[in-house]
Write a protein that binds this ligand. Structure first.
Ligand SMILES: [Zn+2]
Length: 314
């Protein structure tokens, strides 16, 4: 099995300002982890996504609007809640973050890669067709799934999102794609804490709106690793198995950890290893897996969770 981690020092230069939870320290902690515990794993540089790539899933004028908001100095902002902060070096980070999954696809296609982890920021799963939201600008996971299908011959890409927040952007983009391409659906499943942001804003993520290809599962505040595994067994795996994915994209958020400041679930770091193994064991054996970092805001916990995730994945 050929595996790799994709990351870049450019992710350290996306400055979001003092006390912003989506900080460069998140990636620095992972770079430290890779240097100490994953020295045998291939560490690769992503190529930046270009506008043409990103325009496969986002409105082109929206992409240029984000570019125009990059300030020469100080900070800019791309959303109404003032959470999507931009600074002078952000553009490079945005393109490289979107490019990680695309580089992994190229290596799957040409170099026999089977599994990858993208240690990238900013995250992507809240970004919708023409809207930045929740620290996210471009939807990295959905872009990877879409291009896997449009350029690399994968017929049935599935996205599994275990970030504690609902990936409302990925949900909306998946439904949009599936309405326009009923014969080539993309699959999206999300487990998330109920009554947590952005649920109150988007009204999305309610299991009552599930389809064959969009499956949302909610967990009550305080839910632990066993509750999470049970929810996958009960609600997500049957739909995933019926879909028969030929490539798996993981929206790998680690903010369901008990120490995370932005949410209220109670997973331990080793639970992310168990969940990763369970997802792999449920999928068709041998299909490529590209895991892309989403949330996870308690720095020490993030490092331990990613370590458990990678030990199961790579
Ligand atoms: Zn999150």
């Amino acid at each position: 099995m050929k595996t790799a981690i994709y990351t870049s020092d450019a992710f350290l230069n996306h400055d979001t300002g003092h006390n912003h939870p989506e900080s460069p320290a998140r990636i620095q902690a992972l770079h430290d982890l890779f240097a100490s515990d994953f020295t045998d794993t291939s560490l690769k540089q992503p190529r930046p996504a270009d506008i043409e790539d990103i325009a496969e899933i986002h409105d082109e004028s929206y992409i240029y609007d984000i570019m125009d908001r990059i300030p020469d100095f100080g900070y800019g902002c791309a959303d109404t809640e003032s959470e999507c902060i931009l600074s002078h070096n952000s553009w490079d980070a945005l393109l490289l973050s979107a490019g990680c999954g695309l580089t992994a696809l190229e290596d799957i296609n040409h170099n026999g890669l089977t599994r990858a982890f993208c240690a990238a920021r900013p995250p992507g799963h809240h970004a919708d067709y023409a809207a930045a939201m929740g620290f996210c600008f471009f939807n990295n996971a959905f872009l990877t799934a879409k291009i896997a299908q449009s350029r690399y011959g994968f017929k049935r890409p599935a996205i599994i999102d275990f970030d504690v927040h609902h990936g409302n952007g990925t949900d909306a983009l998946t439904r949009r794609h599936n309405a326009e391409n009923p014969n080539q659906p993309i699959f999206y499943a999300s487990s998330h804490q109920s009554e947590l942001w952005p649920y109150s804003i988007t009204k999305a993520g309610d299991p009552r709106d599930n389809t064959d290809y969009v499956v949302n599962v909610t967990l009550n505040e305080g839910a632990n690793g066993k509750d999470m595994l049970d929810a996958y067994t009960k609600s997500i795996y049957p739909a995933l198995k019926a879909y028969k994915p030929d490539i798996l994209i993981l929206s790998a958020g680690f903010d369901a950890h008990k120490d995370d400041p932005l949410a209220g679930l109670a997973l331990k770091s080793e639970d992310f290893g168990a969940l990763t193994s369970a997802i792999i064991n449920t999928s068709e054996s041998g299909i490529p897996i590209i895991s892309i970092l989403e949330g996870g805001y308690e720095i020490k916990a993030l490092s331990r969770c990613v370590s458990a995730h990678l030990t199961a994945l790579l």
